[in-house]
Write a protein that binds this ligand. Structure first.
Ligand SMILES: *Cc1c(COP(=O)(O)O)cnc(C)c1O
Length: 394
């Protein structure tokens, strides 16, 4: 049996969500925009899910726009806010450790004359709220910073940043809360954000479902044209089953959060201690302000992708940093921004625990991870030149 420790990449669909989804994949197949009884049955499921999610986020149902996931919600937030803000200014502030769905959307906007300012981060990946305030200018229209980082688990000081953003009128504040959602309570009023992104498959909901919270009164330009769905903000027939599954999964995640997070934190702390004791291993991300259940390290001089392959052979599923950059030999943009040189950043390993992770699994995994790291380090030391060229073991 293989051990799954890559919950930051995706989680299994929980059975309660699947069960709630099934009727909408079978007899309640109607189009939620159809006025007849088939449509109304689907609409009822969509409306109920919207109400439940809004209540959990302390938002109004009409403030939620359902999307095909976190990537689409981030694209909609960043591009939609930029195009509306263009009349007032062209500057966007962001961190260099954002998910590519934010970072690459901003790179796209740069081609159209927007100026993207990447703030600095410290060695833990944290943005300095004072720098946000210092960089806010008359032309700033949007600030986009994630709540928690998906590669190293660092939690950003979002409340502090929000306070600084609010000193300037008319600047929109977007927060990618995808990685945080399974672990941290989210209240859009307390966080004081205008736009917030969630993705269902990171909290045991289905893949292909997400949402963008858009504060009432905030206007963004739709990025997809067609029908009147989602109050003209996202055209296209909603995936009712997926949205229903997302609502059930998020409800349960919120109810179980305190107990699950406590357990994950203790388990992750034990694993962190074990790995830290391993020679040549350095823990990445903030020592305290980090997501429970996410363990991230670098093994300098060793190729993280090769560690992942070797661990897979041993039946342990982990990742280097993010699943989205698999296949690329570039070191992680997150670790690079945190000041890790390329040869250290290439040795990244992320072990992310989930609700169902057991003590026994972690013990087995810890032993295998230590053995594989020791084996790779020994090889790297005996053939340092080869290891540096990345040739070793390829
Ligand atoms: C997974 C992830 C996304 C993308 O969400 P998808 O639903 O997979 O498109 C965006 N941001 C962060 C921080 C993530 O971890």
């Amino acid at each position: 049996m293989a051990i799954y420790l890559d919950h930051a990449a995706t989680t299994p669909l929980r059975p309660e969500a699947l069960e709630a989804m099934l009727p909408y994949l079978t007899e309640r197949f109607g189009n939620p925009s159809s006025p007849h009884r088939f449509g109304r049955a689907a609409r009822a499921g969509l409306d109920e899910a919207r109400e439940r999610l809004a209540a959990r986020l302390n938002a109004e149902p009409r403030e939620l726009v359902f999307t095909s996931g976190g990537t689409e919600a981030n694209n909609l937030a960043v591009k939609g806010a930029a195009w509306v803000g263009k009349a007032r200014g062209n500057q966007i502030l962001t961190s260099p450790v954002e998910h590519h769905s934010v970072g690459h959307s901003l790179a796209y906007l740069e081609k159209f004359g927007f100026e993207v300012v990447a703030l600095g981060v410290d060695r833990y990946g944290r943005v300095d709220p004072d720098e946000v305030e210092a960089r806010l200018g008359d032309r700033t229209i949007l600030v986009s910073i994630m709540l928690a980082n998906n590669e190293v688990g660092t939690i950003e000081p979002i409340a502090e940043i929000a306070r600084r953003v609010r000193t300037r009128r008319g600047v929109l504040f977007h927060v990618d809360a995808v990685a945080a959602a399974p672990h941290l309570p989210l209240d859009v009023q307390a966080l004081d954000v205008d736009l917030l992104t969630l993705s269902a498959h990171k909290f045991e909901g289905p893949k292909g479902a997400g949402l963008l919270y858009i504060r009432r009164g905030v206007h963004i330009l739709a990025q997809q044209q067609g029908g009147t769905q989602e109050r003209y903000r996202r055209a296209g027939t909603e995936d009712v089953a997926a949205v229903v599954g997302m609502a059930v999964a998020y409800d349960l995640a919120c109810e179980e959060r305190a107990t699950v997070s406590g357990r994950l934190r203790r388990a992750a702390d034990r694993l962190l201690r074990t790995l830290r004791a391993e020679p040549g291993v350095e823990v990445t991300g903030h020592p305290k302000e980090r997501l429970p259940g996410l363990v991230s390290v670098v093994v300098p001089g060793v190729d993280g992708a090769e560690l992942v392959m070797a661990l897979d052979l041993a039946g342990i599923a982990v990742s280097t940093g993010s699943a989205c950059t698999t296949g690329s030999t570039e070191p992680s943009h997150v670790l690079t921004a945190m000041g890790y040189p390329a040869d250290e950043a290439r040795g990244a390993l992320r072990i992310s625990l989930g609700r169902a992770t057991t003590e026994a699994e972690l013990e087995t995994a810890a032993a295998e991870i230590r053995a594989v790291i020791a084996r790779f380090r020994a090889a790297a030391e005996s053939e340092p030149a080869l290891a540096q060229d990345g040739v070793l073991g390829r």
